[in-house]
Design a protein around this ligand. Structure first.
Ligand SMILES: [Zn+2]
Length: 139
């Protein structure tokens, strides 16, 4: 009997399909101190899968992750210096959240900005398709 959570095999952040339709998205924190925009293949309504993860921090925050190259991400209100930062001991990623409303918006992970889909405007999570990452056992 295994108690491991079943998950898809992880080969790193999902590759963007060559024929993907790219869309501009906007989002931000709940109090609107911080706003951002980025481009990414369409991920709602049967588009590209969104990654869920059962590691301690993703689980705690209920993060739904997509991976955006730094060059495709831009803050349109507020600066990253004003965000609160949370670095997990021994981990390469830094979580950034609003010091006012507490919204967890992005994670810095190397050259990627991991965007929390829950902070993206007008996304209904029940229309998302998920990739279940077993981060609890992988990282
Ligand atoms: Zn806020």
């Amino acid at each position: 009997m295994s108690s491991k959570v079943s998950s898809d095999s992880w080969t790193g952040p999902p590759k963007w399909p060559e024929d993907a339709e790219i869309k501009e998205y906007a989002g931000g924190c709940h109090c609107k101190k911080f706003r951002f925009k980025f481009t990414h293949p369409i991920f709602e309504n049967g588009g590209m899968k969104v990654t869920t993860c059962n590691c301690s921090i993703c689980n705690q925050h209920g993060l739904y992750n997509i991976y955006v190259p730094q060059s495709r991400f831009e803050l349109t209100s507020g600066s990253e210096d004003e965000m609160s930062k949370y670095q997990l001991a021994g981990k390469p990623s830094t979580h950034r959240f609003c010091p006012n409303c507490g919204s967890n918006m992005i994670v810095r992970w190397g050259d990627l900005v991991v965007v929390n889909v829950r902070a993206v405007d007008d996304i209904d999570v029940k229309g998302l398709d998920f990739f279940h990452l077993d981060g609890r056992n992988l990282f």
